[in-house]
Design a protein around this ligand. Structure first.
Ligand code: EPZ
Length: 419
């Protein structure tokens, strides 16, 4: 098992390329189940979660070749199941459910179970499939779904769910008739999935809004497609530039996906300008406190909450951060406190009082975005920081320490002998 070792205090400078979006690539790889034949996806990030998804698709009988450019052949799937061993390592595995029921009329998918950041049930996914005529049975920890052919339906989600919207949108593409998804998620990754499905021959309108209409078709065909950049990876590097008072140019990112993040960084005092087809982030003085409330897109992303908590921890003054999406997404707080941060959590709200400096020490990553936040804290801390359990980070960040090293950080990966 690896750890990341950081000697803090260096200003980040230079250029960094943003990789393809994990949370777009995962549903898009699953959408290949709908077509048969061979799909080719480019700009796929090289991540642990993508490898897990490839293993899942192979276990179902798909041919999956390549990294970054991935060829997936789903002509003949012979095992319409996502087993517990894979689903427990990556909840996004549930995204095979909609496509399998839509194309093969049946699926057996392990219930994901709890997760470090919250209970994360999938009741909305199942409610929507039932509305489209699927017979759903929960048996021995598995969802068993069956339907001769799904039919169109009007589905009002009780709450905004990203993968729920994606699963139901994929299922509706091959359903008989029209489906309307209300209170749908508006994330750029949902819009990107709809773009891919329409390229495959689907008839989807309204993706990116809270009402998505899908006219079912009989078949879809394979395609070639390059995946959008990762807005959360981009946001993470923007915070890294700001907290180290650095000057970084992000290449291959889409500023229009980052409005809420850019607005908060600017109010903290960072300068953000479009330059050379990218985004330049500079911070030349101490940062100001920021109040943040996480919301579904286009609100402030929960996947950036932990990183901004580091910014607030070193800003001049008090910030209030409210996490409204997940009930247990403050696992990084105690680790930051070990580095000298002054954070008081009361339910979903945390009061962060900025301190003059953080101090390097050994800290433990608990989930993907918490691990990124601890690395950012190590970049600004005095002395050496060791971030352990970085397998969490590898799930969603491609060669993060290499990219930071190229920006001048004193950072390295090492074998964690104590793990
Ligand atoms: C997606 O997770 C992302 N994952 C998450 O990113 C992200 O944090 C989340 O959306 C919110 O933006 C992927 O896209 C693979 P939700 P998802 O369903 O779809 C509750 C990262 O760091 N809910 O939108 O699983 C749920 O418990 C990851 O990259 C139900 O109650 O999140 C949560 O409180 C972490 N019933 C809220 O809704 C349901 O059926 C939003 O969850 C579904 C969700």
């Amino acid at each position: 098992m690896d750890k990341i070792v950081i000697d803090g205090g260096k200003r980040l400078r230079g250029e960094v390329r943003v990789s393809g979006a994990k949370n777009a690539a995962l549903p898009i790889l699953c959408s290949a189940i709908l077509t048969g034949g061979e799909n080719t996806f480019q700009n796929v990030p090289v991540l642990r979660d993508i490898r897990t998804m490839a293993r899942l698709l192979r276990s179902m009988g798909a041919g999956v070749e390549g990294e970054r450019t991935v060829h997936i052949d789903t002509t003949k799937l012979d095992r319409l199941e996502a087993g517990y061993e894979l689903v427990k390592t990556m909840r996004a595995s549930v995204l095979v459910l909609g496509p399998l029921v839509a194309r093969y009329g049946q699926a057996r998918v392990s219930l994901p179970g709890g997760c470090a950041i919250g209970a994360r049930p999938i009741d909305q996914h199942l409610k929507g499939l039932e509305a489209m005529g699927a017979k759903i049975r929960l048996s021995h920890g598995y969802v068993e779904a069956r339907a001769k052919r799904l039919h169109g339906a009007r589905i009002v989600c009780d709450l905004v769910t990203v993968t729920g919207t994606e699963n139901l949108m994929m299922a509706a593409t091959l359903a008989k008739g029209r489906t309307v998804l209300e209170n749908a998620a508006r994330e750029p990754e949902v819009e990107e999935l709809a773009r891919v499905l329409n390229k495959m021959g689907a008839r989807i309108e309204g993706a990116g809004t809270s009402a998505i209409t899908i006219e079912g078709v009989d078949t879809l065909h394979p395609i070639e497609h390059a995946i959008i950049p990762d807005r959360i990876e981009a946001g993470t590097f923007m915070v890294a530039a700001a907290v180290t008072k650095g000057d970084v140019l992000l290449k291959d990112c889409l500023p229009e996906h980052l409005d809420a993040v850019i607005a908060k960084l600017r109010s903290a005092g960072a300068e953000i300008t479009a330059q050379d087809g990218g985004l330049r982030v500079r911070a030349r003085q101490d940062l100001k406190p920021v109040d943040i409330t996480t919301q579904p897109y286009p609100g402030f992303p929960t996947d950036m909450q932990a990183q901004f908590m580091v910014l607030a921890a070193v800003a001049l003054g008090q910030s209030v951060i409210t996490e409204t999406i997940f009930e247990n997404r403050y696992m990084h707080v105690q680790e930051l406190a070990r580095m000298g941060a002054d954070i008081h959590v009361d339910g979903r709200t945390s009061i962060v009082r900025g301190v003059p400096r953080l101090m390097g020490t050994t800290v433990m990553a608990s989930d993907l975005r918490a691990s990124a936040a601890l690395v950012l804290a190590g970049l600004v801390a005095e002395g050496e920081t060791e971030v352990r359990r970085v397998y969490h980070m590898d799930r969603g960040y491609e060669r993060m320490e290499k990219k930071l090293e190229k920006l001048g950080a004193r950072i390295r990966r090492a074998e964690d002998a104590e793990a």
